[in-house]
Write a protein that binds this ligand. Structure first.
Ligand SMILES: *[C@@H]1O[C@H](CO)[C@@H](O)[C@H](O)[C@H]1NC(C)=O
Ligand SMILES: *[C@@H]1O[C@H](CO)[C@@H](O)[C@H](O)[C@H]1NC(C)=O
Ligand SMILES: *[C@@H]1O[C@H](CO)[C@@H](O)[C@H](O)[C@H]1NC(C)=O
Ligand SMILES: *[C@@H]1O[C@H](CO)[C@@H](O)[C@H](O)[C@H]1NC(C)=O
Ligand SMILES: *[C@@H]1O[C@H](CO)[C@@H](O)[C@H](O)[C@H]1NC(C)=O
Ligand SMILES: *[C@@H]1O[C@H](CO)[C@@H](O)[C@H](O)[C@H]1NC(C)=O
Ligand SMILES: *[C@@H]1O[C@H](CO)[C@@H](O)[C@H](O)[C@H]1NC(C)=O
Length: 421
């Protein structure tokens, strides 16, 4: 899979639909269902290779027209590129429910079903529909339509063989005799341009996090480079970023980068996948610096998926995009790594000076030593370095950073998080 295919950028309407989070939570996994049918292993393999499997799994109502291994041979003999094969296979996924019964009761004998090729906007013009015809005598045939809606005369017409799985009215998997194809689906397709994550987040309610990322070219590049191979981003809301800004400005440039990279998980994961695979995950920040783990725990509390860093617990509140190989989820807090921030419980007993400051801070977050939000980051950073000594740590910048986190920062964590500017 040197050149994984994915769909072109979806129109905004689909994002709005995808944003309705609870509707995404459902229970089927096409890969594991077909895995119990070895006759369909080739078809199943290519659903995964073309990344159509995740597209199928996140749909509510879907019919998969599966081809067995021998039926796949003529299609594979065409040696189509992966992006083109994706288009052809997406003709075999209907965005409506057709069980065996419904197929044999089609009113007026024929129906035009919308396929994933058509529904995702990959098909040009009006191509990408599948004409299902219920013939006299019980034969049901399938044919792809071309741009002027006429059925493509197929050298080997495809017909209904048997039902493989029916889960009314969400999922139907039926076997058809031969692959469907159309000139449009087989037209050479190139892998679409990768999703511009910064731009997407900017437009989808994470403008502030996106701006922080854009201001850090090295981190932006790591995000952009990771997108191809699979990436899940947890994007804090604007309100959460505003709340976090005083702490962010306190960090060194390296600390800032680590926080930004901590929000990226270099694996594509659907929400369903996050719910079913709870546990510790590593992040884009993990590889930076030998002993820095920068991991966090994904928990499914039944209704919501939460991310627990040991300092912060954030909940996933929306889906900005879920389009293999990239998923971006909105979260309600900035994730604070243990490597940079100390949880309140674990914080060492503060020195007297810090204690005084901390106590005051719990009721009144902007402490006298703090620069206002608008203060240049450099100025604040310099203040920090100077303040490092007061907390009894060595003068190194890293130590000053740790001191900022262990001192007032940690005591403020809960208060700051609850505030919305
Ligand atoms: C089936 O689809 C309906 C909407 O069409 C949805 O409400 C329901 O949750 C789905 N069930 C499953 C198991 O996906
Ligand atoms: C589907 O194809 C049949 C011929 O096989 C044709 O008679 C019918 O009109 C077509 N149906 C639609 C809805 O295009
Ligand atoms: C993403 O889009 C922004 C503008 O919206 C642009 O400045 C940036 O260069 C783009 N990044 C990539 C990797 O194309
Ligand atoms: C679906 O099942 C396959 C194989 O059983 C597994 O590798 C994959 O992670 C599953 N996908 C999800 C989203 O759980
Ligand atoms: C996660 O990071 C912590 C330290 O922050 C480390 O002790 C733990 O072993 C890491 N867990 C995994 C699974 O990498
Ligand atoms: C799930 O999250 C929503 C919004 O963040 C919240 O209102 C709700 O109480 C949460 N449910 C649980 C069980 O935590
Ligand atoms: C920033 O660092 C300074 C000095 O370490 C500290 O006094 C201040 O409380 C910190 N501010 C925040 C918001 O963490």
């Amino acid at each position: 899979m040197a050149n994984p295919a994915n769909l072109p950028f979806l129109p905004p309407l689909l994002f709005l639909l995808a944003a309705a989070l609870p509707a995404l939570i459902h229970a089927f996994n096409i890969t594991s269902i077909l895995a119990t049918h070895p006759d369909f292993s080739t078809f199943n393999h290519y659903l995964t290779a073309t990344r159509l499997a995740s597209e199928i799994n996140r749909r509510q109502t879907i019919t998969v027209l599966a081809i067995d291994n021998s039926g796949m041979a003529p299609l594979l003999a065409k040696h189509l590129s992966l992006p083109t094969l994706r288009n052809v296979l997406s003709l075999h996924v209907l965005v409506d429910y057709y069980g065996a019964k419904k197929l044999h009761q089609i009113t007026h004998g024929s129906a035009l079903a919308s396929s994933l090729f058509q529904a995702t906007g990959a098909a040009p013009g009006t191509s990408g529909f599948v004409n299902i015809t219920d013939h006299r005598g019980g034969l049901v045939s399938f044919a792809a339509t071309n741009s002027d809606d006429s059925a493509i005369p197929s050298p080997s017409p495809s017909s209904f063989v048997k039902s493989i799985k029916e889960q009314p009215y969400n999922l139907s998997i039926i076997q058809i005799s031969d692959p469907l194809s159309s000139p449009e689906a087989e037209a050479p397709a190139s892998a679409p341009a990768p999703v511009n994550i910064t731009d997407l987040m900017n437009r989808k309610g994470c403008a502030l996090f996106s701006a922080l990322l854009a201001a850090d070219p090295d981190s932006s590049k790591i995000y952009a480079d990771s997108a191809d191979g699979g990436l899940t981003v947890f994007c804090p809301s604007d309100a959460a970023v505003k709340t976090f800004m005083p702490k962010y400005k306190n960090l060194t440039a390296a600390g800032k980068s680590s926080v930004l990279l901590y929000h990226g998980y270099p694996v594509y994961t659907s929400l369903q996948g996050l719910k079913s695979n709870n546990g510790v995950i590593t992040t884009l920040a993990t590889d930076r610096g030998a002993s820095k783990n920068y991991n966090f725990t994904v928990q499914d509390d039944g209704e919501n998926v939460t991310l627990e860093t040991g300092v912060t617990t954030a909940a996933i509140t929306s889906t900005l995009i879920d389009q293999d190989p990239v998923a971006v989820y909105g979260i309600d807090k900035v994730l604070e790594p243990r490597e940079l921030f100390k949880p309140e419980e674990d914080a060492p007993a503060p020195a007297p000076a810090a204690h005084k400051k901390g106590k005051k801070a719990t009721t009144e977050p902007p402490t006298p030593g703090d620069a206002p939000d608008e203060a240049p980051a450099d100025q604040v950073a310099d203040d920090n370095a100077a303040a490092g000594g007061k907390f009894g740590f060595a003068g190194a910048v890293a130590a000053a950073m740790a001191a900022a986190a262990a001192g007032v920062g940690a005591l403020l964590t809960n208060q700051l998080i609850k505030m919305s500017f």
